[in-house]
Structures are given as C-alpha cells and as structure tokens.
Design a binder for this molecule. Structure first.
Ligand SMILES: CC(C)(COP(=O)(O)OP(=O)(O)OC[C@H]1O[C@@H](n2cnc3c(N)ncnc32)[C@H](O)[C@@H]1OP(=O)(O)O)[C@@H](O)C(=O)NCCC(=O)NCCS
Length: 113
C-alpha cells in the first residue's frame, strides 16, 4: 500500500490560474473545468483537484504520469474517485476536503493497483 497527501493554498491556485490561463488547460481536464466553473466560487474546487492530482502522483510513486492524466470524477453522491487518462483507477482511493484558504487531498494506492 502507498499513500500520498497534498495541501494547496486556495488563493495561490486562484492567482496562478488568473495570471496564466494556459495553466488551466495544461493541468485540468474539460470535465474538471466544467465542474469547477459550475460553482459560484470555483477556486476551492480547482484547488482540491490540484491537491488530488499531486496526492495521487505521490501515491503512485513514479513520475511517468502527468498531472493532466490524473483527474477526479464524482459518483452520484459526490464521492470522488480517480481517473488515469480517462479510465477509472480502481485501486486508487481518494478523499478531499476544502475550506476558504486550504484544500487537502489524500490518496491511497492498494497493493494490486
Ligand atoms: C459529503 C460531506 C462529507 C462533505 O463535507 P464538507 O465538510 O461539506 O466539505 P469538504 O470540504 O470536507 O469536502 C468536500 C469534498 O468532499 C467530497 N465528497 C462529497 N461528497 C462525498 C461523499 N459522499 N463521500 C466522500 N466524499 C465526498 C468531494 O470531493 C468534495 O469536493 P468537491 O465538491 O470539490 O468535489 C458532507 O456534505 C457530509 O457530511 N455529508 C453527509 C451528511 C449529509 O449527507 N448531509 C446532508 C443531507 S442531510
């Protein structure tokens, strides 16, 4: 089993996206962007997805996956799960939380993943 954790400052991700719009499409999938844009305050949602990508990357323990290849999807109840290049990564578990200032993500990779 491997574990990955990440914390992101919400104002920082907001600043980066506003200053460098290219960052958005480099890092987030169209579905993630659509989900975040659907909120009045999209920034905690972007921040937590960025944290999720880094947490998963850490749990995977190797650099061959780009952050853009890792994305977050949600089930009908809002529970997040991981997609790698658009395909459900069943052995990877994710938990996310965000406040006004910080967003955190923890990812767990099961042995067989
Ligand atoms: C789901 C729940 C745990 C979210 O907690 P919160 O303190 O509001 O928000 P947090 O910042 O900690 O977490 C937000 C993230 O939790 C995740 N999340 C949402 N629903 C989830 C669920 N059912 N299971 C696991 N994770 C969930 C999402 O990734 C969400 O981020 P996103 O909206 O950007 O995708 C909360 O709504 C809850 O306690 N629900 C259970 C009770 C309930 O259903 N109450 C309402 C009906 S009476």
């Amino acid at each position: 089993m491997e574990i990955g954790l990440d914390i992101v400052e919400v104002p920082r991700i907001r600043r980066v996206i506003r200053r460098a719009p290219g960052f958005l499409k480099r890092v987030f999938t169209p579905a993630e962007i659509a989900y975040c844009r659907g909120h009045k305050d999209p920034w905690p949602h972007y921040a937590v997805r960025f944290a999720a990508k880094e947490a998963v990357w850490k749990a995977l323990g190797q650099a061959r996956v780009a952050l853009r290849d890792i994305s977050v999807t949600r089930d009908g109840r809002g529970k997040p799960s991981v997609l790698i290049r658009g395909r459900r990564a069943r052995g990877l578990k994710l938990s996310l939380s965000h406040g006004e200032d910080y967003a955190v993500a923890v990812a767990l990779k099961e042995d067989k993943a």
